[in-house]
Design a protein around this ligand. Structure first.
Ligand code: SF4
Ligand code: SF4
Length: 86
């Protein structure tokens, strides 16, 4: 899931330009700053790389990876730590 805080966007277009799979496009709705924030394209290949989130100068994008993808990844095992008394 990609969450765009639309009113924080200043319309620089960096996220749209830099997305490696061209998953973003300009929306057709002006925000409070008078610019068109990005949105995910209808059919997109977003891989949740988070590049858009990281490069946005206004912190307007939050990427929440697909839960199904997370389930497939291997979760790190917890390693028990033994306390040693001094
Ligand atoms: S998370 Fe990555 S692939 Fe998805 S829209 Fe952002 S830059 Fe593009
Ligand atoms: S990088 Fe940020 S400020 Fe620039 S268009 Fe994308 S969401 Fe808006």
């Amino acid at each position: 899931m990609i969450i765009v805080n639309e009113d924080w966007c200043k319309g620089c277009g960096m996220c749209i330009e830099r997305c490696p799979v061209k998953a973003l496009e300009q929306s057709d709705k002006l925000n409070r700053r008078g610019v068109y924030p990005p949105r995910l394209k209808e059919n997109n290949n977003c891989n949740y790389c988070r590049l858009c989130e990281l490069i946005c100068p206004d912190f307007a994008i939050t990427v929440i990876p697909d839960e199904n993808l997370l389930k497939k990844t291997v979760k790190p095992k917890l390693i028990p730590v033994r306390r040693v008394r001094a």
